[in-house]
Design a protein around this ligand. Structure first.
Ligand code: ADP
Ligand code: ZN
Ligand code: ZN
Length: 745
């Protein structure tokens, strides 16, 4: 690389004006030493006060009058490397995903907030093992399932973090209290816990890796020893032992005196997973979740910065843990949508992790049984190194999978949403006392209310969507929460033939209850889980086997392990295929594979019924066979044909405003700016209405851009940001950029 002559520098992070970098000349004697992210002293303003700044870019081109550019005074010796790295990362995010520097910095560096320090509590067993086992047998006999589950965990672990008990084991507070009264356990606060001599013993006798696992570990370690820090895609079927590979790599990493970040989608961060990490690494772990307040997150990050922990586990935002000697980033279930941010900057955790790793000298391991099409394509091209694990550890067979053609069902005179095959298998399970999960692809499938006389549909007055009928007799908007009472007379024509179809999952719940009157049915969807408690309550009730059947949406298919579930029914597999989104097939494949994976997690083998109107669709066919690579090949053909990512790159530009006219005008002006750039091979589509064209009285228009080269799209974004900044009359329009969208606007 040629030497940079100028450095773009952000002055003091607490300053409000930091949105703009200032340019300084790099003195001759610094040219070798100066790196992006370093802290420097620079003369600032008229008085040339010496202020600290961070180098965010090195360049050969002067952006100002060369005569007026001042020189960097010195590199700060005590330069806090980690902050500078994160700031450089924020700059990279701003550049690659759009938005302001401030928004990027706020994403990367948590804001210090005064939060009352929460007491950390632990639940500890007070009985000796023999007594505990006696009590356990007693609970099991009496079917005190929650008590038994907690006691069983305590016998194994001696003590558990309180959050693990309530959130991961799904044991209610009342149960903990009653067991405390019985003298089985006690709840200790952090102070008590920290003072005494003890500390959790970690498990030394860990699992011996099999050949495939060892090969994966060796591949990464060999590179690390040679000073090469790459990106690896660990493509391993469910149950092939990926988590053990992660832990082995982390152990190596810690032995080298480095730290590790493990990203796991929150919904998959289950009790079992958490405890495996605790068991292996003891207390040098911290766990983040999205329910933490900004202040709590700040505290966790402070612990990381002080070196009190070596491993941070959490969702997307854990990526910004300020470890100063980061050696490894693991992204489990790398295909998950939740790794893409839905707020500005709309970054993808995978790409951002790779960038952070580059700065820190760390390796990145992406793991999945169904890798994203992007990652698998990159692995095949050699950009990532592909590590395969094709054998399941316990040799548990994959569940048997039946595909039912719903058109045939209708022909045979079955008009129920439950196919004959599914009903038959359900009956069998209920007789055996095993559990069933029924999964509906989308919430509120037919929840709208319409007039049979004139066809009028009840819509939200603020959003471009129909209102959903709820069994409490109200009409609800799922986008903004607007509610109104049910109507008995059509507001358009006065007819009284206006009625609602019951929301999808509710309707199924009713059908199931009618068909199997003796079965206990639980429902989990947007309505029953509106508060977080609801979510946990339903899961714990189902885990406690208080119900035979769980009916739900997407949220029931991920992560949770219910060993007694031996049958999974996917009621309308293809609904997600109708979504107007180039990822529809990929998402359908993943959902079906995951849903199928819920069956037979325990000792008993599982079965899956996929009901669909498109049994011949390749997503359905390949998912039923659990054949990822067959799916990948067909999907890539489709993406190639239509120039979609990962073959090409895509930029969606949202233009939103209170006046529809204003949103449209801004989009049209941007389109003209783009046209004037004269980029060869650039596709521009739009302006068009966003998928939901109005939300909360804000109108949304979108432009779609496609080009092979990501860098060119970034340039277009830069030019548009510049244009928007220079046109004050557009300031009432909110413009956002989304590269290679996952969920769209
Ligand atoms: P994945 O993350 O790929 O789904 P896990 O790491 O959860 O797989 O492993 C599945 C199960 O197999 C776990 O219970 C784990 O403890 C066990 N396991 C993993 N590796 C081994 C091994 N080498 N020997 C014995 N058991 C193993
Ligand atoms: Zn009407
Ligand atoms: Zn609304």
């Amino acid at each position: 690389m040629e030497m940079a002559l100028y450095a773009n520098i952000i002055i003091d992070i607490s300053h409000e004006k930091l949105d703009r970098p200032f340019q300084y000349r790099v003195p001759e004697n610094m040219k070798n030493a100066l790196k992006i992210g370093m802290q420097v002293l620079v003369p600032f303003g008229n008085g040339s006060r010496m202020l600290r700044g961070y180098v965010i870019e090195l360049t050969k081109e002067a952006e100002y009058d060369v005569q007026k550019i001042k020189e960097i005074a010195s590199i700060c010796e005590d330069s806090v490397a980690i902050e500078t790295q994160l700031i450089a990362l924020a700059f990279w995010m701003k550049k690659n995903y759009g938005g302001t520097m401030n928004q990027a910095l706020k994403t990367v560096i948590p804001i210090k907030q005064k939060a009352a320090a929460k007491e950390k509590r632990r639940v500890c067993l007070t009985l000796v093992p023999e007594e505990a086992n006696v009590r356990l047998a007693e609970f099991e006999r009496k079917h005190n399932v929650a008590r038994a589950r907690l006691l069983e965990a305590l016998i194994q672990e001696k003590e558990l973090p309180y959050e693990v008990v309530t959130q991961k084991l799904h044991v209610a507070l009342s149960v903990v209290q009653s067991m405390e009264k019985m003298g089985i356990l006690c709840v200790k606060t952090e102070q008590e816990y920290r003072n005494p001599v003890k500390g959790r013993k970690t498990n030394d006798c860990h699992i011996v890796l099999n050949k495939e696992q060892q090969a994966a570990v060796d591949a990464v370690q060999k590179d690390r020893m040679a000073g090469w820090f790459g990106t690896y895609l660990l493509y391993g079927v469910t149950g092939s032992g990926k988590t053990e590979v992660y832990m082995e790599l982390i152990a190596h990493n810690i032995a080298e005196g480095k730290q590790a970040i493990v990203l796991i989608p929150e919904i998959a961060l289950t009790y079992q997973t958490v405890m495996r990490f605790y068991d292996r690494f003891g207390d040098r772990i911290s766990i983040l979740n999205s329910r933490l307040s900004a202040g709590e997150r700040y505290d966790q990050f402070l612990r990381a910065k002080r070196g009190e922990i070596d491993i941070m586990i959490g969702p997307r935002s854990a990526l910004f843990t300020p470890f100063s000697n980061l050696g490894l980033i693991i992204i489990d279930e790398e295909h998950e949508n939740s790794y893409k941010s839905e707020t500005v900057p709309r970054y993808h955790a995978r790409e951002t992790a790779i960038e952070r790793a580059k700065m820190a000298g760390a390796s990145v391991v992406l793991g999945s049984a169904t890798p994203s099409v992007e990652s698998f394509a990159k692995a095949l091209q050699g950009e990532y190194q592909l590590l395969r694990m094709s054998k399941r550890i316990a040799e548990k067979p994959l569940p048997a999978c039946y595909t039912v053609d719903l058109r045939e069902e209708l022909k045979m005179g079955n008009r129920s949403i439950l196919s004959r095959k599914l009903q038959e298998l359900m009956e069998e399970r209920l007789a055996k006392g095993e559990q069933i999960m029924l999964f509906l692809n989308r919430r509120g499938m037919s929840g709208f209310v319409s007039c049979r006389a004139c066809g009028h549909v009840m819509k939200c007055p603020h959003c471009d969507v129909s209102l959903s009928w709820h069994s409490n007799g109200r009409l609800v908007c799922h986008y903004c929460g607007y509610e109104e009472p049910e109507v008995s007379i059509c507001p358009e024509c006065g007819s009284k033939y206006i009625s609602g179809f019951k929301a999808g999952t509710q309707k199924i719940e009713m059908i199931v209850k009618k068909r199997f009157p003796k079965a206990k049915v639980l429902r989990m969807d947007f309505d029953t889980t509106r508060n977080k408690e609801g979510h946990e309550k339903i899961l714990s009730a189902f885990a406690n086997q208080e119900a035979d059947i769980l009916v739900g949406t997407q949220m029931i298919v991920k992560g949770h392990d219910f060993p007694n579930v031996t049958l999974v029914g996917v009621l309308a597999a293809d609904l997600s295929l109708y979504v107007s989104d180039y990822r529809a097939s990929e998402r359908t494949f993943q959902l079906l594979t995951q849903a199928a994976g819920r069956a037979g997690r325990g000792e008993k083998p599982g079965e899956v019924v996929i009901q669909t109107y498109q049994p011949e669709h390749y997503s359905v066919v390949t998912a039923a066979k659990q054949d990822y690579e067959a799916f990948f090949r067909q999907e890539m053909e489709y993406r190639k044909m239509l120039c979609y990512p990962p073959v090409w790159n895509m930029l969606v530009i949202l233009s939103a405003a209170r006046e529809e006219e204003a949103a449209l005008r801004a989009a049209n002006r941007m389109r003209r700016v783009i046209a004037a750039l004269g980029c060869e091979g650039l596709f521009v589509i739009g302006p068009a209405d966003a998928a939901v064209a109005k939300v909360n009285d804000i109108y949304k228009k979108v432009l779609y851009l496609k080009h092979e080269d990501y860098g060119l799209l970034v340039d277009v974004k830069d030019k548009l940001e510049h244009f928007l900044n220079g046109n004050r009359d557009l300031k009432d329009v909110m413009v956002q950029f989304d590269f290679n969208p996952m969920n769209g606007f």
